[in-house]
Design a protein around this ligand. Structure first.
Ligand SMILES: *[C@@H]1O[C@H](CO)[C@@H](O)[C@H](O)[C@H]1NC(C)=O
Ligand SMILES: *[C@@H]1O[C@H](CO)[C@@H](O)[C@H](O)[C@H]1NC(C)=O
Ligand SMILES: *[C@@H]1O[C@H](CO)[C@@H](O)[C@H](O)[C@H]1NC(C)=O
Ligand SMILES: *[C@@H]1O[C@H](CO)[C@@H](O)[C@H](O)[C@H]1NC(C)=O
Length: 370
């Protein structure tokens, strides 16, 4: 056989494989679940059915317009029996194109899954889509609730469940407190030196913060126990955890787990204790003091022309530690933290991660100064 022919064949197969795999990255959304409440049925030729078609097509256009920030609601039909309400929500880290594709698929599939229902929900990994004959905007739902565990069991389940409880508590606080717009957060924590725990929480963007929090507590309590990963969701909120990055880590800034989570008001994951929090606080105090001493020592060495620094009061947000002001802000939070480690103190983003970055910054500045 001709050697050149074999090479070309190999090349052809390789390119074919490449184009196929690149096609699968933007392939159809991953279907998870649907819910068709067994209530009133809708005739295929009814007015409500044509209202639904109009509703779904306006949701699809809203997603395609790309300016929806992953959420939109719509209404269609004039009066009560024939009026329909709908909305979609895309996962907080995905782009407008993927969101639009997922919603488009959803609007086609939902009538296939639930051809004759007055209200329905369909969930994908990338988005969820709902409609109802009742107004659903800003109405929190904790039923139906679905739980999908991964198959693998986790090593050291006790320690894992404790870390998961803390991370879930943290991510729920962040998602429900994230203000108007997306109610979405991700938190990453180290399980072992080589394994990271990734967590995500999201509420429908129309929920109030307090309703979001209530919804997230319900789904967190339903997370699978002792598994390497899993998720739980209702029509208005979702949580997921894995030992691999299941969201686009370059599209969202993950918060490091605040080690100071207050005793989680979550029932599950069960088997939590406050012992580790106490240990962490006990460990944090000397670290905090050491950082302050290092900082003071460093500035002692540096010139005496110190300007007046303001302590930045605003919540840290996602800003990187670049200025002396923000460093001082973080030092102030350390001091505040030694008095009372709690979310209620609005420590903002950063937490431990920032503290370690602070000490690194101090070291570099010292080297510069000496
Ligand atoms: C749905 O309702 C119909 C008629 O009321 C009933 O026969 C059927 O068993 C119900 N299905 C479920 C899953 O509840
Ligand atoms: C809807 O379909 C049913 C039977 O399929 C028929 O009896 C009825 O007349 C139709 N209604 C309309 C408004 O077309
Ligand atoms: C979305 O829902 C709100 C509250 O019901 C309503 O005021 C608004 O008009 C809806 N938006 C659309 C496009 O239907
Ligand atoms: C992840 O997000 C970045 C930034 O938004 C984007 O450029 C990239 O295409 C995304 N990756 C995937 C696989 O969606």
């Amino acid at each position: 056989m001709n050697f050149r022919f074999i090479i070309s064949l190999a090349l052809f197969l390789f390119l074919n494989f490449l184009s196929n795999s690149s096609r699968t990255t933007e392939a159809a959304p991953t279907y998870l679940e649907h819910d068709c409440p067994n209530t009133t049925l809708v005739a295929p030729n009814s007015t409500y059915r044509s209202t639904l078609n109009a509703l779904l097509s306006s949701l699809s256009s809203a997603a395609a317009a790309g300016d929806a920030d992953g959420f939109a609601n719509a209404t269609a039909g004039k009066d009560a029996p024939d009026r329909a309400y709908g909305l979609f929500l895309c996962r907080g880290d995905i782009g407008a194109a993927t969101c639009s594709e997922c919603v488009a698929t959803g609007t086609r599939d939902i009538l296939r899954w639930c051809p004759d229902r007055q209200s329905s929900v369909v969930w994908y990994d990338e988005c969820m889509l709902r409609y109802s004959d009742q107004s659903i905007y800003s109405v929190m739902e904790t039923v139906p609730i679905y739980t999908m565990p991964d198959t693998g069991d986790v090593a050291e389940p006790d320690r894992f469940m404790q870390l998961l409880g803390e991370a879930m508590n943290d991510v729920a606080v962040r998602a429900s407190g994230s203000g108007p717009g997306k109610k979405f957060a991700v938190v990453e924590a180290s399980f072992t030196s080589s394994q990271k725990l990734y967590t995500l929480a999201q509420c429908s963007s129309d929920l109030k913060g307090s309703d979001c929090n209530t919804c997230l507590r319900a789904v967190i309590a339903n997370l699978p126990q002792g598994k390497r990963g899993g998720r739980s969701f209702t029509p208005t909120c979702t949580v997921r955890f894995e030992l691999f990055a299941f969201y686009n880590t370059s599209a969202v800034e993950a918060a490091p787990l605040l080690p100071s989570s207050p005793p989680a008001p979550v029932n599950g994951p069960k088997g939590k204790s406050n012992k580790s929090t106490t240990i962490i606080i006990a460990a944090a105090i000397p670290v905090g003091i050491a950082v302050i001493l290092l900082f003071v020592a460093c500035f002692w060495h540096r010139s005496k022309t110190t300007k007046t620094y303001e302590v930045v009061q605003a919540e840290g947000g996602t800003s990187e530690l670049t200025t002396t002001e923000s460093l001082l802000y973080h030092l102030a939070t350390i001091q505040a933290a030694t008095n009372n480690f709690s979310h209620q103190n609005k420590l903002g983003e950063g937490g431990f991660g920032a503290v370690f970055r602070a000490s690194e910054w101090t070291r570099n500045s010292c080297e510069e100064a000496i």
